[in-house]
Design a protein around this ligand. Structure first.
Ligand code: TMP
Ligand code: ZN
Length: 407
């Protein structure tokens, strides 16, 4: 049980959302009906710095030692990465010949985009199976968890980095201070650090409760981050909203000593938005928890009716968030025949908890399902485009978030 806020150390923590106990969201299993470990899944709010965080921390080696998530499988994410490289080039003048280090570089998706732009690249990725795929694709990768020792070793071997990036990794980190301090240790004095994470404002406004799972220890607002960076002599100088993963922030930081880069108005604008919308008040989160209860109930009811009407459903996207959704709403193989996912590492496995089989796209050929539940709703447009044949045969899409919608 976490008794102190990981961002500010306060003990003024208030649990507001309890999703029950679930298995780890990316712990796909080789066969159904084997005993799986369950862990409590609940979120608490720090009244001091307003960070939302899970009440427990699962050993990261259990979650990230051998990983099945591949960032380059999703086409829209590959496009997003090219946009991120351009955003760095805009702020640095150029990224050509610059050393770009990506933390939790996965299969090298973002670094491939940096390489195309002429940067020198280096990945840091603890999952050995995924780091190997990056290496095979020509992206040099250190297979370690990000820490001070790794940052210093890279600096010794390659010199400081002009760009350090971390997309969808910061929520995974327990010791956030060590993470930022290690970034400062490797960053060039005039370099930039770019951090992307889902914004708590979007999570709450669009009821994205399924993005809550054990890998995500923290649910960020900008405010607690500004203070954290200050502690390590770094300054957030710009913030952009990006549409990826249900609505994220892209935060740009620099060393505070690098005064030539001005702090843009965007920082104050996002802070003001968070405050105006009530994100620094506990009551907002209690209201969110009430809404989540309603969404969960209506999803469960919807699937009960579908089964009663003898309709068939296939899932698309064997996502971690899908597993929160399926487990929390008790949607199982009796509702969902299978889930399609193009990640080779996931095919042939079963989802944690509900044990729904995962198949490649070829399993859709010749099959006639009435509905397709899009579990990767963040990529719904891309998925609907590539499943045109399903729609032409009269199939309908179910989008579960922010509320059940049939298209
Ligand atoms: P994410 O929403 O957590 O990024 O996961 C997306 C999952 O959906 C990932 O397992 C890859 C899968 N996927 C496909 O199989 N085909 C697609 O076209 C897209 C966009 C995603
Ligand atoms: Zn706090």
């Amino acid at each position: 049980m976490l008794t102190q806020c990981r961002m500010c150390g306060s003990a003024d923590l208030h649990a507001y959302l309890d999703l029950g106990a679930t298995p780890l969201a990316d712990a796909f299993v080789k066969q159904p009906d084997i005993a799986e470990p369950y862990f409590p899944l609940a979120v608490q709010y720090c009244a001091e710095c307003s960070l939302s965080q899970l009440t427990v921390v699962v050993d990261p080696r259990l979650m990230f030692g051998d990983y099945c998530y591949r960032s380059s499988i999703s086409g829209p994410f590959r496009d997003h990465c090219r946009g991120l490289v351009q955003a760095c080039a805009d702020r640095l003048g150029t990224v050509k010949a610059a050393l770009a280090v990506d933390i939790a570089s996965n299969d090298g998706c973002l670094l491939s985009a940096f390489r195309e732009a002429g940067s020198r690249v280096l990945g840091v990725e603890p999952a050995r199976n995924i780091a190997r795929i990056a290496e095979e694709g020509g992206i040099p990768t250190v297979s370690r968890f990000w820490c001070r020792e790794v940052a210093e070793a890279i600096r010794r071997d390659t010199g400081p980095a002009r760009v350090i990036t971390g997309t969808n990794v910061f929520a995974h980190v327990d010791d956030v201070g060590d993470f930022v301090e290690s970034v400062a240790a490797l960053l060039d004095d005039t370099g930039i650090f770019v951090l992307e994470f889902p914004h708590m404002v979007d999570l709450v406004r669009h009821s994205e409760f399924d993005t809550i799972y054990h890998e995500h220890l923290s649910y960020f607002l900008l405010r607690p981050l500004v203070r954290l960076f200050e502690r390590y002599a770094m300054t957030i100088f710009d913030v952009e909203k990006v549409a990826i993963h249900g609505g994220s922030l892209r935060v740009f930081a620099k060393k505070t000593s690098h005064t030539a880069l001005p702090v843009r108005d965007s920082v104050q604008a996002i802070l003001a938005e968070e405050e105006t919308l009530g994100f620094y008040r506990l009551a907002t989160y209690h209201r969110f928890a009430d809404r989540v209860a309603t969404v969960r109930r209506s999803l469960t009811d919807f699937f009960t009716e579908i089964v009663a009407a003898k309709k068939t459903v296939v899932g698309y996207g064997a996502t971690a968030k899908g597993n929160t959704l399926l487990n929390c709403c008790r949607i199982g193989p009796e509702h969902l025949a299978m889930i399609i996912d193009e990640t080779p590492q996931k095919q042939g496995l079963f989802t944690p908890g509900r044990n729904i089989p995962i198949r490649g796209r070829e399993a859709l050929e010749g099959a006639a399902f009435d509905y397709m539940l899009i579990l990767a709703w963040n990529y719904k447009d891309a998925i609907m485009r590539k499943t045109e044949a399903f729609r032409r045969r009269g199939g309908k899409y179910i989008i579960p978030i922010p509320e059940v919608t049939v298209l």
